[in-house]
Design a protein around this ligand. Structure first.
Ligand SMILES: [Zn+2]
Length: 118
């Protein structure tokens, strides 16, 4: 399942982003998940726990927000929110759609805190 690769890539991205922050603990990572990204949030959470285990992200909470996907109908020009269960234009029932958004997975926020010395 490709969620494992995504979780791994996400950890590398987060690591790169916080590298310049100094000695910090990453508390949470917020990710926007498009409805058409093909990513199953539950799997991604499980994979995140697996890849972050034993790393500095072990206690990092993964917060997932799903965002609706939009598409443009190539036959009638209608722009609409796509339902994953019905990949057709609601206006003319065409299946020639151009995806506009909702296919991506984006890290939108990384919450960090200063590491507390014991
Ligand atoms: Zn249409």
């Amino acid at each position: 399942m490709h969620e494992m690769g995504l979780a791994d890539a996400m950890m590398k991205t987060a690591r790169r982003i916080v590298k310049d922050e100094g000695d910090v603990v990453v508390q949470s990572i917020t990710v926007e998940l498009g409805d058409l990204s093909g990513v199953v949030p539950r799997f991604l959470t499980e994979c995140w726990e697996a890849v972050s285990d034993g790393t500095e992200f072990e206690d990092t909470e993964l917060i997932l927000h799903t965002v609706p996907a939009t598409a443009n109908c190539m036959d009638c020009g209608h722009t609409f929110v796509v339902s994953v269960d019905d990949l057709r234009c609601p206006q003319c029932r065409s299946d020639k759609l151009k995806p506009l958004s909702g296919q991506d997975m984006t890290i939108t926020e990384i919450q960090v805190a200063d590491r507390e010395d014991e």
